[in-house]
Design a protein around this ligand. Structure first.
Ligand SMILES: Nc1ncnc2c1ncn2[C@@H]1O[C@H](COP(=O)(O)OP(=O)(O)OP(=O)(O)O)[C@@H](O)[C@H]1O
Ligand SMILES: [Mg+2]
Length: 249
């Protein structure tokens, strides 16, 4: 199963969720491929020690721009391989917009060649609705939409839903919403109200698991590792474990 972790809003916890899902599954003995398709390359920088030395030909750039096989790198997390991203991907949209061949399926075409080697594929999407996101959705079975508290954060759901439906209609009829994951939850009125509105608006699609705001997550990233390795007893680690059970991957 291939899952895109997405949101049009920046900084809501997409990368954190992608790393936590991949690491949690890897630690359960599953073989996982994490694909970083965001030019900020945040997952790549956390999980690959030698990231600064990796050339663009060894990243997803070569797949999306030059139609080459996905370059897979082992990570320190057991069972987890990574296809890193590259800053030059930020210019990709101009090139893909003018491309005439299957510009939406460049990732899917290459992933189909190797998806059978893995139990799960997780795609960490950029905070934009670009051809990169369309490539991720075209290659996916499901989309996990990450939502954090706030008016703009809730508002961004409309856009991501529109993209999901458009990709389903034009490129990938079997694409489905896995659910909305509420992250960075805390005891503020803003957070509680946001969750209430989310549940009222999208009742059955909101996942039961809530990820709390928890500084251990930031510390784990500073230490270039995942939350299960950094502090398996952290509230956020327990919440991500519950999420894995809820979505039964
Ligand atoms: N539950 C949490 N509690 C506290 N901090 C968190 C939590 N989840 C993520 N963070 C921190 O918030 C910041 C943004 O998270 P993250 O990078 O995962 O978001 P993103 O949606 O991938 O952002 P972008 O849109 O820029 O790719 C990071 O510094 C991360 O360490
Ligand atoms: Mg990110």
């Amino acid at each position: 199963m291939t899952i895109s972790v997405a949101s049009q809003k920046g900084g809501v916890g997409k990368t954190t969720t992608s790393i936590a899902l991949a690491a949690g599954l890897g630690r359960q003995g599953k073989h996982v491929l994490l694909i970083d398709i965001d030019s900020q390359a945040n997952s790549s920088k956390v999980l690959l020690e030698n990231y600064p030395k990796i050339s663009k030909d060894d990243t997803i750039y070569t797949t999306v721009l030059e139609r080459n096989p996905l370059p897979v790198h082992p990570t320190r997390i057991p069972g987890v391989d990574l296809v890193p991203s590259h800053i030059l991907l930020s210019n990709t949209d101009i090139e893909l917009t003018t491309a005439k061949d299957h510009r939406e399926a460049r990732l899917k075409t290459q992933l189909d060649q190797m998806a059978g080697n893995y139990d799960h594929v997780i795609i960490d999407c950029p905070p934009t609705l670009s051809w990169l996101t369309i490539n991720a959705f075209t290659a996916s079975d499901k989309v996990l939409v990450v939502v954090s508290p706030g008016y703009f954060e809730l508002d961004s759901i409309n856009q991501i839903n529109k993209t999901l439906h458009e990709v389903k209609e034009y490129f990938n009829p079997s694409l489905e919403l896995l659910g909305y994951l509420f992250t960075m939850s805390d005891s503020t009125i803003n957070s509680r109200t946001s969750l209430q509105i989310l549940r009222q608006s999208y009742t059955s699609q909101v996942l039961n698991t809530i990820i709390p705001r928890n500084t251990d997550i930031r510390d784990a990233h500073f230490n270039k590792t995942d939350i299960f390795d950094y502090n398996p007893n952290a509230l956020s680690a327990k919440a991500y474990q519950t999420l894995l059970e809820e979505i039964s991957l």
